[in-house]
Design a protein around this ligand. Sequence first.
Ligand code: 5GP
Length: 189
Amino acid sequence: MQGKMIIISAPSGAGKSTIIKAILDSGMDIEFSVSACSRPMRNGEQDGVHYHFLSVDDFKRRIVNDEFQEWEEVYKNHFYGTLKSELSRIWDKGKTILIEADVYGGVSMKSQYGAQALSIFIKPPGLAQLKERLINRSTDKQEHIETRLAKAQEEMDLADKFDTIVVNDDLDTAVREAKAVIQSFLSHE
Ligand code: 5GP
């Protein structure tokens, strides 16, 4: 059985995780799709909760086995993807799926699911603020911050391919906007 899907993409550091958490806590019948990834686990992350952490070899084996609905090598040897098993697990419960994906993965999922999916791009107010957020988060080393910023610029150029853009200038406003657009999407057949 298939249902509806919400896709959220953003350059890293745009505040996407906070917005996703607020949506999941808002009482709507939405469940987070736990992606698979091959990057190392960060402090505070749990396998099977934030991601299904896989080795690069295991990830590649699953690509060959056709286990992913979409996947991207977001950074060198850091693969991320949506498992088909995750989609059916959530849809079988009659719930709406919330997918977090990089911009290319988000565009790919929207093109596969069309009107069944709502794609939202979370836009940071500007690259300067984005850099500041990445530095403050300090989970990433300096060179990773530079890589992430370069990627962010590339990703911003694809914002127009999404159904909706939410600018995360003020977090409360961004959360309110995201929830409103989702509620409206879910209220239509
Ligand atoms: P992070 O390492 O910061 O958790 O995520 C890095 C990037 O991978 C983010 O842009 C995030 O949205 C993206 N990402 C997370 N899960 C998936 C997924 O299932 N598919 C794709 N294509 N990207 C993902």
